[in-house]
Design a protein around this ligand. Structure first.
Ligand code: ADP
Ligand code: ADP
Length: 223
């Protein structure tokens, strides 16, 4: 049972002399549940692939099915709605709001999902507990270590309880101890049935993958 399936996915940036073919035909099936790592050299199309899997950008050609739905048959507004139900995003540089506490950063995502205030509070606490930060709910990002900030970002990504988490180098800015903390959280989430797809340069994380996808020159490389 695959949760994401791509067919003939291509992506071209620019035109004329500055044309770049970032993806040249990607056919990929990702099973429901488990940790999938996308690896490969810089500039070979990994981030582009993640953006398309998450519907953050549209392909030049080809299809992405998410839970059986052809994402790019949808209009922008429908695509945005599907994305917010089905996918949580985590980025390398956390992207937390510095003036808000951990709890408020998570509540912000719940507010966007139109949860009641009481529900937002409860759920934010629940999510921060899940990532092991119960004692930091009132701390602002500047008072937290990198590993802690990334765990807040993961809690925020889980706000709508999406089945899929997409992460672009989530430990790229962390030392190995913080990376291990984040990896523990990811493994908990996989045990709870989440599908996690992440781009990584970390051999430690890639070694824990259920599925390894190698991208080279804009295609999936099978060895
Ligand atoms: P990776 O994630 O493997 O480093 P990317 O998907 O970021 O690779 O990039 C693949 C290729 O597409 C690179 O040649 C990069 O320069 C180019 N590229 C990526 N994003 C853009 C963009 N927004 N505009 C133009 N070129 C881009
Ligand atoms: P972690 O649990 O992520 O490994 P550390 O052991 O690095 O955290 O940090 C211990 C405590 O010191 C953390 O609870 C945090 O409050 C604080 N701390 C760590 N790094 C930073 C930082 N770069 N800026 C502010 N506070 C930090």
């Amino acid at each position: 049972d695959s949760i994401i399936r791509t067919q003939g996915l291509t992506k071209t940036y620019g035109q004329g002399a500055s044309l770049t073919q970032a993806l040249r035909g990607v056919d990929l099936e990702i099973e429901r549940g488990g940790l999938t790592c996308i690896v490969g050299p810089s500039g070979h199309g990994k981030s582009t692939l993640m953006h398309l899997l998450g519907g953050l950008d549209r392909p030049s050609s080809g299809r992405v099915q998410l839970d059986g739905q052809n994402m790019f048959d949808l209009r922008d507004s429908e695509l945005a709605a599907l994305r917010s139900r089905k996918i949580g995003f985590v980025f390398q540089f956390f992207n937390l709001l510095q003036s808000l506490t951990a709890r408020e950063n998570v509540e912000m995502a719940l507010m966007l999902a139109a949860a009641s205030e009481t529900r937002q509070k409860e759920r934010a606490e629940e999510l921060l507990e899940l990532v092991g930060l119960s004692d930091k709910i009132n701390a602002k990002p500047g008072q937290l270590s990198g590993g802690q900030q990334q765990r807040v970002a993961i809690a925020r990504a889980l706000a709508n309880d999406p089945p899929v988490l997409l992460m672009d180098e989530p430990t790229g800015n962390l030392d190995s101890a913080a990376e291990a903390e984040v990896l523990n959280v990811l493994e908990d989430l996989v045990r709870q049935g989440k599908t996690i797809i992440l781009v990584t340069h970390s051999a430690e994380i890639a070694a824990r993958a259920d599925t390894l996808v190698r991208v080279r020159d804009g295609v999936i490389c099978h060895d």
